[in-house]
Design a protein around this ligand. Structure first.
Ligand code: NAI
Length: 257
């Protein structure tokens, strides 16, 4: 399904990223695994990079091959980390890496952003999201202050803004056939699930109580792999809910349906 494609997977040392790297390699892709930590089991080539740091991303981009057919932006920090770090990794660094790679993307390349059910409230945050359009690494502390982004809000905001950025770029690179989409899981059983339960408290517990089980990385990786494939060519600027029905559940509850 992905034969002869060169695909970069960030966050490849753990959880959803590790599973995605293994799956896309098994589907024939030439994988380049990227993470701040070295994976216990390296899939394809590994390049160490800190995606919260512009210079580290610049070094990564320079080390990548001149032709890239897919980018799975999966690296992310949970809300137990300081708000500024969460915004840098989950939003600013992700966008910067993606934009820096444009000259290396082949025609028809696919970008997949790991968002979250936590981003579902983006409609209530459009003003701050709009203000974050040009947000740079150095401006993050001031931005957090001005927009009251502290504690777990950093995580919600990073995913809300990522979903909006994905939609906004539905046609930006259409002349080259480059697509961008997002995948939004609900709770997934990875090392950061406990961080979510810790920080998001009642809200996360309620979510978990309505679910039959949390997802595993194996429930999410195939969705990412499909979006990376040519079979998904008509999916553009979409946010695919891979959450066992949680998004629909919340919508029906909210609208009394
Ligand atoms: P994980 O903690 O297992 O994996 C995240 C990976 O990102 C780790 O390997 C980590 O080293 C890497 N990373 C963190 N900071 C980095 C940096 N500065 N530079 C490079 N790599 C860095 O977490 P998981 O659950 O696999 O999360 C993957 C993505 O899925 C994240 O974006 C997360 O927000 C999202 N997600 C996770 C959910 C969950 O319940 N686990 C639910 C919804 C979305």
């Amino acid at each position: 399904m992905l034969g002869s494609k060169t695909i970069i997977v960030t966050g490849a040392a753990s959880g959803i990223g590790a599973e995605t790297a293994a799956l896309v390699a098994s589907l024939g892709a030439n994988v380049i695994s990227v993470d701040i930590n070295r994976p216990a089991l390296v899939v394809g080539d590994f390049i160490q990079a800190d995606l919260s740091d512009r210079r580290s991303i610049d070094r990564l981009v320079a080390a990548l091959p001149s032709r890239v057919d897919g980018l799975a932006n999966i690296a992310g920090l949970p809300p137990t980390f300081p708000a500024e770090a969460v915004l840098r990794v989950n939003l600013v660094g992700l966008k910067y890496l993606t934009l820096q790679l444009l000259s290396k993307f082949s025609d028809g390349a696919s970008i997949v952003n790991l968002a979250s059910l936590a981003g579902l409230g983006w409609r209530e945050a459009t003003q701050s999201i709009e203000a974050s359009t040009t947000l740079d690494f150095d401006d993050v502390p001031e931005f957090c202050k001005v927009h009251n982004i502290e504690g777990p809000r950093s995580y919600f905001f990073s995913k809300e803004a990522l979903i909006v950025w994905t939609m906004q770029n539905r046609w930006t690179w259409r002349d080259r056939g480059i697509r961008i989409n997002a995948v939004s899981p609900g709770p997934v059983d990875t090392p950061i699930l406990k961080d979510f339960l810790e920080t998001l408290g009642a809200r996360a517990e309620e979510d978990m109580a309505t679910m039959d089980r949390p997802a595993t990385p194996k429930d999410i990786a195939p969705v990412v792999a499909f979006l990376l494939s040519d079979g998904a060519r008509w999916i553009r600027g979409s946010n695919i809910h891979a959450d066992g029905g949680m998004y629909s559940h919340v919508q029906c509850q909210t609208h009394g349906l």
